[in-house]
Design a protein around this ligand. Structure first.
Ligand SMILES: Cc1ncc(COP(=O)(O)O)c(C=O)c1O
Length: 379
């Protein structure tokens, strides 16, 4: 099987990640819930993981790295907990439903006013639109770093600079960039960075979180056991406990820690470059076909390792099924939880077949996928 659905989740993980999870499952107590060796062991690994992620993302405070079970949970906490009732919020057509649905909910239930920076037919944003849409009551900008459909990399630093100048909260969805593209919260002006552990970071599913800039207030979405200040009626005020009620997925976080260490040792730039070059190789192998339509702007080399396409007017699910059954190639058809982007690209009916590449894919696998698309396009 050739696995090219890495934007959904990376299937192949470094051996160290699997070993770390197995070892954690055999040795960990409950972090912050006792002073015995097993509980302390869990606390130490979790703290190490906070430090590793703070370093990876340029977050000045490891204790402001908050763990959740994925970026969807982190985005929900950030959007529902940091955006005030009645505020005006700017987002984009590139967003995933984990941004859109919490925003639509705030619109319905808390009178939040939404504006979306439109994507053009190639899925690109016009950055002047952010400036144009800002109003005196704009409270937040919520934006993805990389489109999960076209691989378009958003200039987060540019938007962050604008948000800082205007005193607007800036929330970034790094689900498709973490682990493949450098992120520096401070330099990019990011207030809340939401990430997931199981995609480009190559960690286990059920891990993710958010980095919160010092001074940013987020109201907790859940309350419960924290292991500290237990006689208080409310959740402790301090990060990360403020947003982390209940037992953490420490086994998964041990794996994520090993994954971040693997990325650090291998080199994030090297990983990103390989993934991008495989995606480019695939694109170049199919782009000349008249019966194939590739979405997104490939005039720039610097893009996420994602290629979405359609063959003739075939339904994307049928093509993806044929790739899976006849060629053993795993891809993702349909809407990719990115409804506004499909509307912008004009693909709501057909969907698109998404090929997404990881560090563990090879040129041979990429060439096999090219041949498969060429054959299907010939039929
Ligand atoms: C851009 C983007 N945001 C958010 C998510 C949600 O990630 P998770 O399912 O890990 O919460 C995804 C997953 O596909 C994504 O691609």
């Amino acid at each position: 099987m050739i696995y090219l659905d890495n934007a959904a989740t990376t299937l192949r993980k470094p051996r160290e990640v699997i070993d770390a999870v197995v070892s954690a499952m055999q040795s960990m107590g409950n972090a912050s819930r006792g002073a015995h060796d097993e509980a302390l062991h869990a606390s130490r690994i979790i703290y190490d993981t906070r430090c590793a992620l703070a370093e990876l993302f340029g977050c000045s405070r490891p204790d402001h790295v908050v763990f959740t079970c994925n970026s969807t949970e982190a985005l929900n906490i950030a959007i529902q907990g940091a955006i005030r009732t009645g505020a005006h919020v700017i987002s984009t057509d590139l967003e995933h439903n984990s941004v859109l649905r919490p925003l639509y909910r705030l619109q319905e239930e808390r009178g939040v006013l939404l504006d979306f920076v439109p994507a053009d037919r190639s899925g690109k944003l016009d950055y002047d639109d952010f400036e144009r849409l800002i109003r005196p009551d704009t409270g937040a900008i919520v934006c993805t770093h990389v489109s999960n459909l076209t691989g378009e990399i958003v200039d987060i630093g540019r938007i962050g600079k604008l948000a800082r100048e205007k005193g607007i909260l800036f929330i970034v969805d790094a689900s498709q960039s973490a682990g493949s593209i450098p992120i520096d919260m401070e330099k990019m002006g990011i207030d809340i960075l939401c990430f997931t552990g199981h995609k480009g970071l190559m960690g286990p599913q059920g891990t993710g979180g958010m980095c919160v800039r010092e001074g940013v207030e987020i109201h907790p979405l859940k309350e419960g056991g924290s292991g500290v200040q237990s006689y208080r009626h409310r959740q402790p005020e301090e990060y990360p406990t403020r947003l982390e009620a209940g037992t953490l997925n420490a086994h998964g976080l041990a794996g994520l820690n090993a994954a971040v260490e693997y990325i650090r040792r291998t080199g994030l730039e090297k990983i990103g470059e390989k993934e991008r070059s495989l995606a480019r190789r695939f694109y170049e192998g199919v782009a000349d076909l008249d019966s194939v339509k590739v979405y997104g702007d490939f005039s720039t080399q610097y893009r996420g390792p994602v290629v979405a396409l359609n063959i003739r007017d075939y339904d994307s699910s049928e093509v993806s099924d044929a790739l899976s059954q006849d060629y053993g190639i795993a891809t993702r058809p349909g809407a990719h939880c990115a409804p506004r982007m499909h509307e912008a690209l004009g693909t709501t009916g057909q969907g698109a077949v998404r090929f997404s590449f990881s560090w563990f894919n090879t040129e041979e696998e990429t060439d096999t996928a090219v041949r498969a698309v060429r054959e299907l396009a010939d039929e």
